[in-house]
Write a protein that binds this ligand. Structure first.
Ligand code: SF4
Length: 73
C-alpha cells in the first residue's frame, strides 16, 4: 500500500492524525497533513482505508500494488 496526500485539498481537520499518528502528521506552519510514512505496514492497511473514507475532503488516497487508486471524496 502506498499513501498519497493532496495538501491542496486538506482542510487541516486533524482527523487522520488523531486516528493514525504513526502514519500522519500535521504541519506546524500551515496545519495541513504531512506523511510520516507513505508505505505503512500491512497491519495498518485496514485502519488507513478507514481514514481515507473519513477524511472530509478526500485528500488521502491509497494505492495497492495490484489495485486501482481509491479515493472517497
Ligand atoms: S483528515 Fe483529511 S482534511 Fe483532515 S488533516 Fe487529514 S488529510 Fe487533511
Amino acid at each position: 500500500m502506498e499513501i498519497r496526500v493532496d495538501r491542496d485539498r486538506c482542510a487541516g481537520s486533524s482527523l487522520c492524525v488523531s486516528y493514525l499518528p504513526d502514519v500522519f502528521d500535521q504541519s506546524d506552519d500551515d496545519g495541513k497533513v504531512l506523511l510520516r510514512t507513505a508505505e505503512p505496514g500491512a497491519d495498518a492497511a485496514q485502519a488507513v482505508r478507514g481514514v481515507v473514507t473519513r477524511c472530509p475532503t478526500g485528500a488521502i488516497t491509497v494505492r495497492a500494488r495490484d489495485a486501482q487508486e481509491v479515493r472517497d471524496a
